[in-house]
Design a protein around this ligand. Structure first.
Ligand code: NDP
Length: 326
């Protein structure tokens, strides 16, 4: 059997991604053959493509999709042909029509969650879950700051944090994005050439915020430290503007005995139980209306280069998906 998949043979610009016909084996014991319905495009995919996070080459790309189970290998217990499932994480290779996955990385998708939402937001939603509930457990009444609040992770983080009772300050990099983020943040700051750290301190009664969730990285690192209250936490979880440069730990002491952490979803969903619980909590947050995630951009699978260009040039809001040919 064969399928169509996006592959790279070298790291580089979006043009290195090519649609290829590749062989597809039958599922081995513990594996499942999936027909993919929709595929998530995440910022981490651009790091894999560019080589910021290098992959052994040649490589497939993509970490997330919603799919139908077509066949199961020996010993698979939780899934049957016809089940609708999703995954977010593990090995790259989601940018494909069909895919083999290990059973233990899949979750069932509840009936009320559309394919596109499962495909385009499970990775971001599970990220928001662990950041808000386990990395820095946000408490009712706290003031927090979320960068790139109109983006995929940013939207979910802000909506869920407000549902938890926090006052949310978001940042956004265009006028239109500020208007959009204003629909789910208490305050929105323009972080292009402004004193946004000073404004954030003013919005938190001069005290500073309890936590900054920073997926932007290099461009916001110092400003993020400057908006924190004493003993606040900088959660640096991404590099959209480039990786945070090395720094002296004394900086954390000078700025108010701050905490710094650099977490990754894989370490918060490593066991089967953690994965199922994290995905389940995210799906419940949608079902209860705490979070209303939006898939804003859709591209055909073969147009993946355009999807990456849009994400990297800050043209996107909410989440982005690829649609394989039926
Ligand atoms: P987004 O939809 O948030 O897109 C990134 C946003 O970052 C842009 O829209 C832009 O918003 C902002 N940005 C600021 N500076 C730049 C720049 N120089 N180039 C590009 N974008 C910039 O992406 P995702 O939702 O996919 O991911 C958000 C972040 O979360 C990423 O850094 C990603 O790697 C990280 N992540 C980390 C995880 C983890 O477990 N550690 C898991 C999932 C995601 P604006 O125009 O408003 O500035």
């Amino acid at each position: 059997m064969q399928t169509q998949a996006i592959r790279i043979h070298r790291h580089g610009d979006p043009e290195v991604m090519q649609l290829e016909t590749v062989p597809l084996a039958a599922p081995a014991p513990g594996q499942v053959l999936l027909r993919q319905l929709a595929i998530g495009v995440n910022f981490i995919d651009t790091y894999h493509r560019s080589g910021l996070y290098p992959l052994p080459l040649p490589a497939g790309l993509g970490l997330e999709a919603c799919a139908v189970v077509e066949a199961i290998g020996a010993g698979v217990r939780e899934f049957r042909p016809g089940d609708r499932v999703a995954y977010a994480g593990g090995a790259t290779g989601a940018y494909a029509q069909h895919r083999i996955m290990p059973e233990d990385r899949l979750v069932h998708v509840p009936i009320g969650i559309p394919d596109e939402i499962a495909a385009g937001t499970l990775l971001r939603g599970m990220t928001a879950q662990y950041l808000l509930k386990r990395t820095f457990p946000v408490q009712r009444g706290q003031t927090i700051l979320v960068h790139a609040a109109a983006g995929g992770v940013g939207q979910i983080l802000c909506q869920w944090a407000r549902a938890l009772g926090a006052t949310v300050i978001g940042t956004a990099g265009s006028d239109a994005k500020q208007v959009l983020a204003g629909t789910w943040c208490d305050h929105v700051l323009d972080y292009r050439n402004t004193d946004w750290p000073g404004q954030a301190r003013a919005l938190s009664a001069g005290h500073g915020v309890a936590v900054v969730y920073d997926g932007v990285g290099a461009a916001t690192f110092h400003g993020s430290l400057d908006c924190l209250a004493p003993r606040g936490m900088l959660v640096s979880f991404g590099n959209a503007s480039g990786a945070v440069p090395a720094f002296d730990p004394l900086l954390l002491s000078q700025k108010g005995s701050l905490f710094f952490t650099r977490p990754t979803l894989g370490h918060y969903t490593a066991s089967r139980q953690e994965l199922v619980d994290t995905a389940g909590d995210y799906f419940h947050s949608i079902e209860h209306g705490f979070v209303q995630p939006v898939v804003q951009q859709r591209f055909a699978l073969q147009d993946v280069a355009a999807a990456h260009r849009a994400l990297e040039s800050r043209q996107t809001t909410g989440s982005t998906i690829l649609l394989p040919a039926a």
